[in-house]
Design a binder for this molecule. Structure first.
Ligand code: CCH
Length: 295
């Protein structure tokens, strides 16, 4: 852990919270020296359980603190992200976990030279596990499986209401961070500088020769750049294999500005999924039950 000391700031001082998130990012002994990538992934996995049809899941509630969602193998390793920012919530109990997780994602993204993503407070937290399960229904298996292909991506992101173009834009988040053999089974970073956001992922995906890695782990692709082994998941490669997806990969590889604009819109939409606000701007989903004193 770095030298970070959390401080109490006034209720509603989100800029004061952002400043502390930026300080938390510096983690000399962890991965590539930054908590940023795993915080972006926390915001994504908190939100990516949303279902337009069942109208449950999403970033409201911070359900990953409990039961089924916490133990979902897809979320392995996100406990590190939660632990990095936990001291900020402990010093500022007025901010909900659900707001802090999403705010940490967008703040980290911006600090890593990514686009500014619009963010609003108002998410509420589930009080306990039964409450969380009650509202969420069965959210197991909602997050994508890196071993699969284009149909799977359309199924998973279609459930959240995303188009092909938005799926490709969001996938550009793999410009950040890495796979960990002890979390997902996959291994390695997608780009050479994985703590700086850019369109490098699309450039590499569309210009390098990717070959299956010969190893004992799950099937993944590799290429060597400047002596460093980079990786792609089967789902990443699917973006080049499917003509509709590929069209957007090539556009984003050429035009970083367009990628940043589209990514900011798609990520902004992601962290709002399932946050059904009332007139005061607060989520009605949890508040309503809590106000009525339901279990
Ligand atoms: Fe991802 N992602 N992701 N991903 N992801 C992994 C890591 C990160 C898939 C699988 C994986 C998005 C979409 C997908 C990040 C952001 C996003 C890992 C490695 C796998 C596997 C986990 C480990 O071992 O630690 C699949 C499949 C999809 C399908 O589309 C989207 C969308 C986003 C955000 C917008 C980030 C960031 C990481 C790096 C995390 C870290 O700890 O460095």
């Amino acid at each position: 852990m770095g030298k970070f000391q959390a401080r109490a700031v006034g209720k509603g001082d989100y800029d004061g919270i952002r400043k502390q998130i930026v300080e938390v990012l510096e983690q000399p002994g962890y991965d590539d020296g930054s908590a940023g990538p795993v915080l972006v992934r926390l915001a994504w996995h908190a939100s990516g359980t949303f279902s337009l049809v069942e109208h449950n899941g999403g970033s409201n509630g911070a359900g990953m603190r409990f039961g089924k969602e916490r133990d979902d193998p897809a979320n392995a390793g996100l406990v590190h992200a939660i632990e990095f920012i936990m001291p900020i919530q402990a010093a500022n109990p007025w901010i909900t976990h659900a707001d802090l997780w999403t705010l940490a994602g967008v703040t980290a993204l911006e600090a890593m030279k990514g686009p500014k993503v619009p963010w609003r407070p108002g998410r509420t937290d589930y009080d306990d596990e039964s409450h969380a399960d009650d509202h969420r229904g069965n959210i197991g298996d909602r997050l994508p499986d890196g071993a699969l292909g284009a149909d799977h991506l359309r199924h998973v992101f279609g459930r959240m209401g995303y188009s092909d173009q938005e799926i490709v834009a969001l996938s550009g988040a793999h410009n950040l961070g890495r796979c960990h053999a002890d979390r997902s089974g996959f291994d390695g970073p997608w780009v050479v500088n994985p703590t700086r956001f850019s369109n490098q992922y699309f450039k590499l995906l569309s210009t390098r020769k990717w070959t299956p890695r010969k190893w004992d782990g799950p099937f993944q692709y590799e290429t060597i750049v400047a002596g460093e082994r980079l990786m792609m998941l089967p789902t990443d490669m699917a973006l080049m294999e499917d003509p509709e997806f590929k069209k957007w990969v090539l556009i984003y590889a050429k035009d970083q500005k367009k990628f940043f604009e589209d990514f900011a819109l798609a990520f902004g939409k992601l962290i709002e999924l399932g946050v059904d606000r009332d007139d005061s701007g607060f989520s009605r989903l949890v508040n309503k039950a809590a106000r009525e004193g339901k279990p």
